[in-house]
Design a protein around this ligand. Structure first.
Ligand SMILES: Nc1nc2c(c(=O)[nH]1)N[C@H]1C(S)=C(S)[C@@H](COP(=O)(O)OP(=O)(O)OC[C@H]3O[C@@H](n4cnc5c(=O)[nH]c(N)nc54)[C@H](O)[C@@H]3O)O[C@H]1N2
Ligand SMILES: Nc1nc2c(c(=O)[nH]1)N[C@H]1C(S)=C(S)[C@@H](COP(=O)(O)OP(=O)(O)OC[C@H]3O[C@@H](n4cnc5c(=O)[nH]c(N)nc54)[C@H](O)[C@@H]3O)O[C@H]1N2
Ligand code: SF4
Ligand SMILES: [Mo]
Length: 900
């Protein structure tokens, strides 16, 4: 037992910004298993569905394992020489601003630090920007406007200590599930704790909300300026805090007061009664945390939203004390670390400012750099525009997939295609971005590389390798450093290990700091390889103390939470926080041609462009195809039926997705997930529709608010198939593939029904010669079912119908793993329905135990009346807990139905 424990490697989850500790174990046969790290202060042993399924995502299938130059395999030396010489030559001919790096919050701090150092200090340009521009830029800008620094004041414990949590534009249940669970657990202990959700949609997060405010898109500025005015009117201000620690309150209150309650109601789409209830609750509850995420950041008024929220916390002095504060939760595992190293085009490393000559000078001296970027570089959207118009001639993309995730993605793809020199560092050989790279560099993936990440509460944790590097893959920091050396900067980039990079990063944070900058981990400046190996999670700041914290453990025990600003001391010149005067303004983006607002975001079990979660059968069964949520009234208005294929279009592009008619959606809005790419669907790249419209302060694109229209795609035939091999169903107009246990499943729709179905099935399954084919055709009814057997195994089954195919997906997929010895069972497949003994599980709700909606409903009918009872009966919801909100909805619906 003890030996087993010893072989567990302590690392950190590579998905969201919660930053959960993970224990990864490699068994003697090489099989990897993971569990939550009970001692990690972010999760105390919990993991969500994505974290729990990590072991399913680390196989080498599809990995890029060797460098490639123009599609041919090359050695590292040749590839690195070519990258370095082309960048150097481009700079020599066209200046430093003719090159750019587009990087990612999924890089480790060490990777990020080296990339930023090379660009800002040695190339001498600030043309390094990151996908965090699409994610955190408005929060960063809002923090800097208010606090003079990009500081998240609070800590996770505040979510448990608060009496009121306001969730704004955050689907915490699906996107930060372990934080959601911590709140849910705290609320069970203290039922008096209240939760308010502000989201146009009724998401799963509404499950723990006492109040759901289904706000109009971008109504948030009006909501929070209205709140500030209300706090002023009702004497709910902390005048002492305002006077001692802030400036600009008068102007902010004046600007906020332009709308009366009726005006706020009109701008937010909420009733005066709803507003009054929310405002009075906020005014009365001093322990309030406002958590916000992409519904706030990804907006053309994102920075104003952030400051409208912060204004309310400053006005009530609710900041930096236990259970109180504004709390921007980060998306990616290292969104926060990227901000620390200056990964954004408008920042320097260690939270120094590019506009500040003293900071630039300090930076240059610390690095003994030949240059230092003199002015902010191009932000993501501008950067790809500069690629498009030829100003940028050499581009290096690392750990991000802009052809899928940037707004106006078709234009971004065209720009990349036209760029004379494109380098992509990725772990996969095929993504929508990698396909356009001139140079492909194989990166080490999670589990293979060492480094650090910083989570939403400023906690720095180690990611540790527990697998060997496959093929010729290398960690990103090393690759960038090699290019730096080959560009002539050998001394500055001669790191031997990530611990050396981390130590330099820590030293820089403390360099000439003396409390002037928030980000200071000077205590770790002396960390050596051994100390780095043992590094326990710690929260910043950790300034250099008289007795060094390092070596020997540092802040490994106690986990004393660190907060900022309870006593003021902001990072502005006068050390006071700034209120920002914000006037609510509502923008109409819809038109006669595009009468709906398309809102975009995430689902529970997929991560971004599915390069990892798409490998997991478990995660792929929760939602297996791209979809659009539409309100029943809109569905009727636009002639969309449930499960129809719908074409959603904007002036820039269109997608084909499954329609999901639901009253949880706001009328006038659509919602579609961002995850599907050309690798998984025929036409699901959602960002082909979004606009390159950005927030004027932060440059963050408004990805949640796109004018769109919807129409039914008049499919003549629909299909569903399961098969052992990965299909390429290119002849179908609509297709979406998903991994399932033992093979793949695919949803299909066809513009035409004059198709040789047997031939289509054969191509889809790759049916081997000699396979037994069973088929059922009813041409008049448009029904076709074809199954192919290879010995006792199903190699594929196709079901075709004139309308959405009604066969049970779960049952069909399970047939890939069943023995089909008897003919009756084989015929059941062609009959398209489960045989007598099988229960159709329905859509999978609990990924951990594979429990479906039908099973849960059946258990409720059998007497289980709560989520706990379902857990006891079926195990559903008892492992990671990510599905508990969905289980509750099924339980409630069944009980309601029984009562009717
Ligand atoms: N399962 C999963 N988890 C993830 C990720 C993932 O891909 N999958 N990605 C991670 C990353 S990088 C990020 S950034 C986070 C994102 O985490 P979240 O921000 O929680 O997720 P989103 O789904 O992008 O958007 C949140 C909500 O904003 C709402 N919204 C849209 N417009 C408005 C508006 O005008 N006002 C308000 N108040 N709300 C609005 C949407 O309806 C949506 O429910 O998730 C992280 N966690
Ligand atoms: N419409 C719409 N668009 C959005 C959003 C939205 O809400 N709506 N959200 C935006 C947000 S918040 C975000 S964060 C972005 C995310 O969008 P992306 O960053 O484009 O998405 P990922 O799929 O995470 O891409 C990561 C890539 O890095 C590779 N990779 C993984 N690990 C490593 C590594 O260690 N090294 C290297 N070199 N490569 C690696 C993966 O294979 C993958 O190709 O999308 C943005 N786009
Ligand atoms: S909440 Fe889930 S995805 Fe996020 S870090 Fe924890 S286990 Fe990973
Ligand atoms: Mo993000």
């Amino acid at each position: 037992m003890e030996i087993d424990e010893a072989r567990e490697v302590r690392t950190t989850c590579p998905y969201c910004g919660v930053g959960c500790g993970v224990l990864a174990k490699v068994a003697a046969d090489g099989e990897v298993s993971v569990r939550g790290d009970p001692s990690h202060p972010a999760n105390f042993g919990r993991l969500c569905s994505k974290g729990s399924a990590l072991a399913e995502t680390i196989d080498l299938d599809g990995r890029l394992l060797h460098p490639e130059i123009h599609g041919r395999r090359a050695g590292w030396d040749e590839a690195l020489d070519l990258v370095a010489s082309t960048f150097s030559q481009t700079i020599a001919e066209h200046g430093p601003d003719a090159v750019a790096f587009y990087v990612s919050g999924q890089l480790l701090t060490e990777d990020y630090y080296v990339a930023n150092k090379l660009m800002k200090g040695f190339v001498g340009s600030a043309n390094i920007d990151t996908n965090s521009r699409l994610c955190m830029a408005s929060s960063v800008a809002g923090h800097r406007r208010a606090f003079g620094s990009d500081t998240v004041p609070g800590t996770y414990e505040d979510l448990e200590l608060a009496d009121l949590i306001v969730l704004v534009g955050s689907n915490l249940a699906w996107c930060h599930p372990v934080l959601y669970q911590r709140i849910a657990a705290a609320r069970e202990k203290r039922p008096e704790m209240k939760v308010v959700l502000v989201d146009p949609r009724r998401t799963m997060t509404a499950d723990i909300a006492d109040m759901h405010l289904a706000i109009a898109p971008d109504g948030d500025v009006a909501l929070f300026t209205g709140l500030l005015a209300y706090l002023g009117r009702h004497n709910a201000l902390d005048r002492a805090y305002i006077t001692a620690h802030t400036t600009g309150f008068g102007q902010a209150l004046f600007a906020a007061s332009v709308l009366d309650l009726a005006g706020v109601a009109a701008a937010t789409g909420l009733s005066e009664d709803e507003l009054d209830r929310f405002y009075s609750l906020f005014a009365a509850t001093s322990k309030t945390v406002t958590v916000y995420s992409q519904g706030v950041n990804q907006s053309s008024s994102g920075t104003d939203k952030v400051n409208a929220i912060i204004n309310c916390h400053l006005a009530t002095g609710r900041i930096g004390s236990p259970g109180a504060g504004p709390f921007s939760v980060t998306g990616q595992p290292n969104a926060m670390g990227g901000r620390e190293v200056g990964g954004m085009a408008n920042m320097l490393a260690a939270h120094m400012e590019i506009e500040n000559p003293e900071h630039r000078d300090r930076m240059q001296r610390f690095w003994t750099a030949p240059a230092i970027a003199e002015r902010p570089g191009l932000k993501a959207v501008e950067m790809f525009q500069a690629v498009a118009d030829g100003r940028i001639k050499a581009l290096w993309i690392m750990a991000t997939n802009p052809v899928d995730s940037m707004p106006d993605a078709d234009a971004v793809e065209a720009a990349i295609k036209a760029c004379p020199f494109v380098v992509v560092s990725d772990v996969l050989a095929r993504t929508d971005t990698v396909r356009h790279a001139h140079i492909r560099l194989p990166a080490a993936a999670w589990g293979e590389k060492d480094g650090t990440v910083t989570n939403s509460e400023r906690r720095i944790s180690r990611q540790r390798a527990f697998l060997d590097l496959p093929g010729e893959a290398r960690p990103d920091w090393q690759v960038v450093a090699e290019v730096g050396k080959r560009m002539g900067f050998a001394e500055a980039f001669s790191y031997a290990s990530p611990s050396e990079v981390f130590a330099e990063h820590a030293a820089l944070s403390g360099f000439e700091n003396d409390g002037a900058r928030d980000f200071d981990i000077g205590a770790y400046a002396g960390v050596d390889a051994e100390g780095y190996e043992e590094l326990a999670p710690f929260q910043w700041p950790a300034p250099s103390p008289v007795t060094p914290l390092w070596p020997k453990g540092g802040r490994t025990t106690g986990h004393q939470p660190i907060r900022f600003f309870a006593d003021g001391n902001f990072y502005t010149p006068d050390r006071k926080a700034r209120f920002i005067a914000i006037r609510p303004a509502v923008e109409t983006r819809t038109s006669l041609d595009y009468p709906l607002i398309l809102n975009t975001g995430r689902i529970r079990d997929h991560w971004h462009t599915m390069t990892r979660t798409g490998k997991s059968p478990r995660l792929s069964q929760h939602i297996a195809e791209p979809f659009v949520e539409i309100h029943p009234a809109d569905a009727q208005r636009f002639g969309i039926g449930d499960a129809d294929i719908a074409r959603v279009s904007s002036p820039r592009g269109d997608v084909l997705v499954r329609a999901l008619v639901t009253a949880r959606q706001r009328q006038g809005s659509l919602f579609a997930p961002m995850h599907w790419t050309d690798q998984f669907a025929a036409k699901g790249r959602l960002d082909a529709l979004t606009a390159p419209l950005t927030d004027p302060v932060s440059g963050q694109p408004a990805l949640k608010h796109v004018a769109a229209r919807i129409e039914k795609f008049a499919a003549k035939a629909f299909g569903f198939a399961v098969m052992r091999q990965r299909p390429t169903p290119d002849t179908a107009t609509y297709w979406a593939v998903a991994k399932c246990k033992g093979g793949w499943r695919v949803e299909l729709a066809f513009a035409d029904d004059d198709i040789d179905w047997a031939g289509f099935a054969g191509a889809l399954f790759g049916t081997p010669p000699g396979a037994e084919i069973l088929a059922y055709h009813d041409r008049d009814a448009g029904q076709h079912r074809i199954a192919a057997f290879d010995g006792d195994h199903l190699s594929g089954a196709l079901f075709v119908a004139p309308g959405p195919v009604a066969v049970s997906r779960g049952w069909a997929a399970e047939q890939l793993n069943a023995d089909h010895v008897d003919r009756r069972g084989r015929l059941a497949i062609v009959a398209g329905r489960p045989g007598g003994v099988d229960v159709d599980r329905g859509a999978i709700v609990c990924s951990c135990f594979g429990v479906g909606a039908n099973q849960i409903a059946q258990a409720v009918r059998g007497g289980c009346a709560s989520v706990e009872a379902i857990g006891a009966a079926l195990h559903a919801g008892t492992n990671c807990g990510s599905c508990r909100a969905e289980i509750r909805i099924i339980v409630d619906a069944q009980i309601l139905q029984a009562a009717e």
